[in-house]
Design a protein around this ligand. Sequence first.
Ligand code: 4LM
Length: 392
Amino acid sequence: MSHGWATKAIHLGHDPYAGTGDLVPPIHVSSTYTFPTAEAGGSRFAGESEGYIYSRLGNPTTNLLEQRIAAMEGAEAAVVTGSGMGAITSLLWTLLRPGDELLTDTTLYGCTFAYFHHLLQEFGITVRHIDLRCPDAVSEAVTERTKGVYFESPANPNMRVVDIAHVCKEAKKYGLWTVVDNTYLTPYLQRPIELGATYVVHSATKYLGGHGDLIAGAIAGPTEEMKRVRLVGLKDATGAVMSAFDAHLILRGIKTLHLRMERHCQSAQAVAEHLHEHPKVARVFYPGLPSDPGYEVMKRQASGFGGMVAVELKGGYEAGIRFLNGLQLFIRAVSLGDAESLAQHPASMTHSTYTPEERARHEIGEGLVRLSIGLEDLPDLLRDLDQALESV
Ligand code: 4LM
């Protein structure tokens, strides 16, 4: 019998009646594993027999989380990592070689942008930004050196939405792989692999963990490729493994992911509508507003619009900073996806890795304020936003 999405997120891969009968899967803290004989150890290293070797290569608690994330994403397999950046770098150090070319959308999370521009480019990999919202963007940009296409949707911080099925179909025509950073929506709301993507990456620090108490990442994709990522990008290149304790916290977090995401979406929609009407607001970036350029595409490819809202105030940078400083319930902090509502200023914080000219080119406003809508009572959130806007 095939179970539903939430049932898998709660039960998959653990038999509560086995062994000591733990309802909750135990946390396996061992860094290394015993070999009954020297030959048995050699045979595990040679890949001829099953069995754990060393926790950088695999651990029962992180492996259970990998099974659940793969099932949630509709992927064949997954690999979990010590951070979202650990996921992105472990995947791309596995897939790219000097001379290769990577196509990407105009907007990326600040450290992904820095990795692409300050590392990949210095190692002889060309990264080209194209407007993936244009239907012919991939076919016009592809060269014989192009290996893949990487994007976020909705993008951090300006909520740009890319038509995932269309871009993946175009990329496939030229034999390119595609990577979608699904951090903002989570597999509860959007499953890029089912829409044709080859890989998904996550900062599991955000909604998957959901409680602001860990740093983690995940990659999902085809089984054989995930083996390579584990043995090349993760084991040898980055070493960015997840601890068993963090895997336990994420296993706990994803049991309530569906409930949390429903509430994040509801409140974010209400906040976006409220701010959209406000006389001090120049523009709200939220694809759940029918006036947003991403609205129609999002309705097709996701089952909700997510919990992130960005806002540009009339009065630009100065107004944005005053607004941030006026908030009393929203907490001034980067990161997102927690129970607490968070607010930050991308130009001076998460996206300060871009130069001002790059931010202008990549559509990241200097006055933009990003809100991660938490799980508090909505009237309290609206009241806090209103009183902070008063001070502008
Ligand atoms: C932030 N973001 O935006 P780790 N992909 C996306 C992200 O938003 C992030 C990462 C990857 C923020 C962190 C301070 C779309 C992170 C990187 O931070 O390495 O888990 O994820 O506020």
